[in-house]
Design a protein around this ligand. Structure first.
Ligand code: 1GP
Length: 239
């Protein structure tokens, strides 16, 4: 059976090991009521800065997972690991090449019961991740849905991550993508800067990921936790 440690996550804060975060901010994030802390970044992630951040987060009860995109940063001790692949990249190494290299060398060491594949659909052409991975982010909505269905229906990927990192995405497209998924769990991240956008994203995504605003406006970041949970309750007519 595939690992399912992320199944119940509605809201996640994403922390970048390369970006400094003081103890008070980290305390507020880890005790915010978020469902998990996701550690990851597009550049500058090292074994040392990952260990450092993980050990600080580990003082709290909140679950903590790592997006592992470089085998040199394979830090043990997380509750789970996501291995990303970029669906709409033009560079095949980001789709499968780096994965083959990593498994050839480290496959026998990996804790497979804690690892899930994560299919990224990168939709902000100006994001660091789009530049780094050569993602064809300016695709049509029809293509975005088709990429999602390849991941979901053909490849049975457990997670589809719609990534608008740095800008708020097209929520109608996100809803269309969600409506066409058969089994994949849908992560959404990008441009959530407060409760309104968090609530909108929660109407479509299974898990809402909040990143950059943590470092820019902590109060706004913290307000997204309640907003996501309220939005989901309203969506499900529990109120
Ligand atoms: C980045 O999807 C996350 O990988 C969150 O995006 O930093 O824009 O919130 P933001």
């Amino acid at each position: 059976m595939l690992p399912s440690f992320y199944n119940t996550w509605k809201h996640v804060f994403k922390l970048d090991p390369e970006r400094p975060i003081d103890d008070a901010t980290l305390d507020a994030i880890c005790t915010s009521g978020t469902d998990a802390i996701l550690v990851g970044g597009s550049s500058g992630v090292t074994f040392d800065n990952t260990v450092d951040l993980m050990s600080r987060i580990r003082r709290y009860e909140v679950p903590c997972a790592f997006e592992l995109s470089d085998p040199a940063c394979g830090v043990p001790g997380f509750d789970g690991y996501f291995i990303p692949t970029v669906l709409n990249t033009k560079k095949s190494e980001w789709l499968i090449g780096y994965h083959v290299d990593a498994l050839r060398d480290f496959g026998h060491l990996l804790p497979w019961d804690m690892i899930v594949g994560e299919a990224y659909l990168v939709l902000n052409p100006d994001s660091t991740v789009a530049t780094l991975t050569g993602a064809d982010a300016g695709i049509s909505n029809g293509d975005a849905i088709a990429f999602s269905q390849v991941a979901d229906r053909l490849w049975n990927m457990p997670i589809l991550y719609v990534e608008y990192s740095g800008t708020f995405g097209d929520m109608e497209l996100l809803k269309s993508i969600k409506a066409n998924l058969k089994q994949a769990h849908l992560f959404y991240g990008g441009g959530i800067d407060g409760p309104e956008r968090a609530a909108q994203a929660a109407l479509a995504a299974d898990t809402v990921v909040v990143g950059n605003i943590i470092y820019e406006n902590l109060d706004a970041a913290l307000s997204t936790v309640g907003a996501v949970n309220l939005s989901i309750k309203e969506r499900d007519h529990v109120l």
